[in-house]
Write a protein that binds this ligand. Sequence first.
Ligand code: SF4
Ligand code: SF4
Length: 317
Amino acid sequence: MFRHSILYFLYRKLKYAYLNDRSPLVASIKVTQRCNLRCAHCTWVNRITTDMPLERWKDIIDDTYRRGCYIIFVEGGEPTLRDDLTEIIKYIKSVGMLCVLFTNGTRGLPDCDLDAVWISIDGSHSSHDITRGEGTHEKIMETLENNPDNNTFSMTTLSKTNAGDIEELCKELSATSLNGLIFNFMYPYKGAEGKNALSTEERIKCAQQILKLKKDYPKIASSDSYLRAVGQPDKSCYPWLLLMVTADAKITHGCTVEPAEERDCNQCDMMCGLESSLGFELKRDSVNFWKHINIDTPLNVDLVPDWALRLINGRKI
Ligand code: SF4
Ligand code: SF4
């Protein structure tokens, strides 16, 4: 399976460097926008209430493969609300792509072969429940207890609500069966969704705290390169690496902010764009971050000398 290999990543890297190929690498598909929760910050839930049938999603999955993607994130809404979720996941795997389920974790996990599971956990017990609803943290803990062998990661989006809670969160989650802890920063959208977003100075402070906490909590999976880039004006982002499909089949190829409003990269530290871009720039620790998704690694990037990485980069990107 060439696309499961880091060699595919390097092949795409060379195609960009020498042929200016800007095809997407990572797709996220909102297989439903229905959700069992009503999180304070959410702008997606129930914007679309009808789910497209399985056959339509199979066509879309084929299309993402043809465009060059090697990973699909299956998300929502809450994807586990779909009765045919396992069929969608099996289809993604059958065409040769890696599959990550992105869930709120309150409804258990599907019984099928996933490369990784990302569960939204927005703080320690109390701050998570403020954002996501009373009792939701406990349900996630049940899901983790019942599924100890999945390749499961927490995804924490930091905002004013949970920024003071980082160490407590690391302590709590490190004691669970989670394989790793991933951090993200809320984007300051102009509407209700962004009002809790942190200022640049606050984001930098949080990122530096997480960098320090890595010594005591080795499950923290976010790369040092990402955390050091947070809040910096000159950080790299290649938004064309990403493709998003909404529940009514609208495709966005590029920055996920732009369909909603004009983007402000100086205020953006979202991990989806930055961790992908840093990996694409062959920052060693970001490449290693993406390896958690069962990517075959015949090539250990740590053994590749700097001159070879410069050659693969081809030109300044
Ligand atoms: S779990 Fe996700 S989709 Fe559901 S309400 Fe919360 S943020 Fe929105
Ligand atoms: S707003 Fe964020 S995701 Fe969009 S191009 Fe800028 S840095 Fe990338």
